[in-house]
Design a binder for this molecule. Structure first.
Ligand code: FES
Length: 162
């Protein structure tokens, strides 16, 4: 299993229970609770599903259903600097496919870069079509993305990390 990046808290059941006590007030806050856990720990561990189910008074299947419906919710720790390349039409029309191909080639050349950024999880429109191709690098929106620009941002982001 990948280690949790330093910007996130290390998973602990006690910390999650306290967090859920804050976020699960009111009816049906399953999605809010999942997001809160992911914001705190970087992902939603399997152990959190039953905690959220209890806190929200729903079944574990209900929580699992929400967790697996939204692709932005993760069930494993994220890489240090996740890179997501837009795969939607506007970006494809100005080189998005070529960017993805070249990015994969670059990650194939550098195991360190591949490990730091993880596998590209396609995203469909980042709302930045006018500056396509677009990417998210460690959660930061990038316009007119190139392999060089993305890689530079990855290295810059890693140097800023504690
Ligand atoms: S299609 Fe890529 S940002 Fe909109």
């Amino acid at each position: 299993m990948t280690a949790t990046p330093a910007r996130f808290a290390t998973w602990s059941q006690e910390s999650a229970v306290a967090l859920l006590a804050e976020t699960s007030t009111g009816p049906g806050p399953v999605l809010l609770s999942l997001q809160a856990v992911q914001d705190r720990f970087g992902y939603v561990p399997a152990e959190a599903v039953s905690l959220i189910a209890d806190a929200c008074n729903v079944s574990r299947a209900d929580v699992h259903g929400v967790l697996t419906f939204y692709t932005d919710l993760r069930t494993s720790p994220p890489p240090d600097v996740p890179v997501r390349l837009c795969a939607a039409e506007a970006c494809q029309s100005v080189g998005g496919r070529e960017l993805k191909r070249d990015w994969e080639r670059r990650c194939g050349e550098s195991a360190e870069l591949a490990e730091a950024t993880g596998a590209d999880e396609p995203v469909f429109c980042l709302g930045n079509c006018a500056l396509a191709p677009a990417a998210l690098v460690g959660g930061v929106l990038v316009g007119r993305a190139t392999v060089e620009k993305v890689e530079s941002m990855v290295h810059g982001s890693r140097q800023e990390s504690p």
